[in-house]
Design a protein around this ligand. Sequence first.
Ligand SMILES: Cc1cc2nc3c(=O)[nH]c(=O)nc-3n(C[C@H](O)[C@H](O)[C@H](O)COP(=O)(O)O)c2cc1C
Length: 188
Amino acid sequence: MTKRVLVCLTGASGAIYGVRLIRALKSNDHEVHLIVSKWGEETLKYETGIDVQNLKKETDFNYDEHDLSAGPASGTFPIDSMVVIPCSMKTLAGIAHGYADNLIARAADCALKERRTLILVPRESPLNLIQIRNMATVTEAGGIVIPASPAFWAKPKTIDELVDSVVERVLSHLGIGDEKRATWTGES
Ligand SMILES: Cc1cc2nc3c(=O)[nH]c(=O)nc-3n(C[C@H](O)[C@H](O)[C@H](O)COP(=O)(O)O)c2cc1C
């Protein structure tokens, strides 16, 4: 079944995770709504060479992070789930404390209050206690924190394969199946 997923890229390192998630969703005909923060745009360009205008063309709908009158600012807006990938520590803090000063934090507020799936893919190292507590707070509120920490057991040969080990965890928690997904079936 087609899902409506709000994908948000923020200014943490790892823009490629967001790009690969969007491409995986679109290759399976899901509806992708996009918000990219200003620093998300900068890291996207710096790390992948992709201009945000071109990324927007790969999605179905896109919104300005400052437009608090856009659909995702309301809990009545019909999306199935939301993913912030990569999620900066600043956006994590905003979401953890309900400080909805842009459309990404407000949409996350809505996802939590409407009990929809909210996935954050934070990227920071090392973590300070404030950041760890913010992840705990979001988890207690019903969000799912999937750190941008790739797995090596499937023996990835390319960066895309490494990135996809995280993207596949996200897809799995969105309830989007993929028979090709690597699953651990035991060493023997
Ligand atoms: C090249 C670059 C890499 C960054 N990497 C990270 C990161 O890995 N994690 C993080 O939390 N912030 C990172 N930052 C800082 C965020 O971009 C900054 O905190 C920004 O205010 C986040 O705003 P946003 O959440 O609205 O996108 C990085 C900034 C730059 C320019």
